[in-house]
Design a protein around this ligand. Structure first.
Ligand code: SAH
Length: 350
């Protein structure tokens, strides 16, 4: 078989692999062995699969390739954050970020090359969506950062957030497939409760997630609870209005009994007025939630400026007065453009 017609073996499910072996007059459990090499041991070549006979390995070699990511470049922030430029088999690049704190190491993972959404304040939005990542490309980022976490911080990865490049719910199938491998015992065996998927708010897909009874957490990038303003900040939101978002959030809670986390950046003169605060407080009363106020990370656009401290404090006080859990998320990795919304393949041009 010509190399270009060979299939990526990592696109096969465990069932597919078992079937491949029975169709090739071997035993189905060989499929389990190969699956373990691919997903538990992270082997990227057939020779390394040492419990298979030479002829089995060459059979695999004839039919398949193993595509995998390469960490092309690594930058370390003075706060310990590590940004990885991740090269894909077709030479496109995405970024993944490892964020250590005193008690955790969190991996911020990308789901698409670029993004099809158009949030005005986000650097990734400036690159058009080139393609979705495959499940294995999502999974590999996590494996690579788990290894980095062990190497640099002497502990395994504790948390995963899908807050890197792209909109995870617009690559739903591959996202779910990757999370299955991250959580199953043949993969990394991580608890789904340590995983958060962040969406800019795609109601239909949020409902699908609720129907699928997923066990990971959901965060929604809200940024304004006023339709008109939200639509200016995130123009795609015209098609996904707050009313529909509310329905999806209620449905999520009904089906999963989980709260949703709202991500919210406060910008000076844009959404820092009392009417913005009141709208958010009202919005939060609709369904159980937490609010994460995020520090703005500049992307070289003067129209957006971090709000004054007293306005952020005003948000905190108003939410706390209604017993809504609120945290302020300090920016990490800003000096290396690794912070939220700053991921834009700068490494590519360097
Ligand atoms: N598309 C998904 C996930 C990627 S963005 C989503 O929108 O949720 C991850 C988070 O970073 C989102 O909450 C997003 O609104 C926020 N973000 C984007 N640009 C930012 C910036 N310049 N400063 C701070 N946060 C930003």
């Amino acid at each position: 078989m010509k190399p270009e017609t060979k299939k990526d073996i990592r696109s096969l499910s465990l069932e597919d692999l078992r079937l491949f072996f029975t169709e090739n007059h071997d035993q189905a459990f060989r499929g389990n062995q190969v699956y373990q090499w691919l997903w538990q041991k992270g082997i990227h070549n057939f020779e390394g699969m040492t419990n298979l006979s030479k002829s089995t390995r060459s059979l695999l070699e004839t039919h398949f390739v193993i595509n995998h990511i390469d960490i092309d470049q690594q930058q370390k922030s003075n706060d310990g954050t590590i940004k990885n430029a991740v090269k894909l088999h077709d030479n496109l690049v995405v970024e993944s970020v490892l964020i250590p704190t005193a008690t955790r190491t969190t991996a911020c993972v990308s789901s698409q090359v670029g993004c099809s959404l158009d949030c005005k304040f986000c650097a990734t939005a400036k690159i058009k969506r080139m393609r979705n990542l495959n499940a294995d490309e999502i999974y590999d980022q996590v494996v690579a950062m788990d290894q980095q976490s062990r190497l640099y911080f002497d502990r395994p990865l504790s948390n995963i957030v899908f807050m890197g490049m792209g909109e995870p719910l617009m690559n739903y199938k591959n996202l779910i497939n990757a999370i299955d491998k991250i959580t199953q015992s043949e993969g990394l065996g991580m608890s789904p409760s340590r995983i958060t998927v962040s969406t800019s708010g795609i109601p239909k897909m949020m409902m699908k997630m609720a129907d699928d009874q997923v066990r990971f957490g959901l965060a929604v990038s809200l940024h304004s609870a006023r339709q008109e303003l939200r639509q200016q900040l995130m123009p795609f939101a015209e098609k996904f209005p707050l009313n529909d978002l509310v329905d999806a959030i209620k449905y999520w809670h009904e089906k999963t009994a989980k709260p949703v986390t709202y991500e919210y950046v406060v910008w000076k003169g844009i959404n820092d007025g009392d009417e913005d605060i009141n709208a958010l407080v009202d919005f939060c009363k609709i369904s159980p939630c937490k609010v994460n106020l995020i520090e703005y990370n500049p992307i070289g656009d003067d129209q957006f400026l971090q709000a004054d401290k007293d306005r952020i404090q005003a948000y905190e006080s108003a939410l706390e007065a209604e017993r809504i859990t609120v945290t302020v998320r300090r920016s990490r990795g800003k000096d290396i453009d690794a912070a939220c919304g700053q991921l834009a393949n700068k490494a590519e041009g360097e």
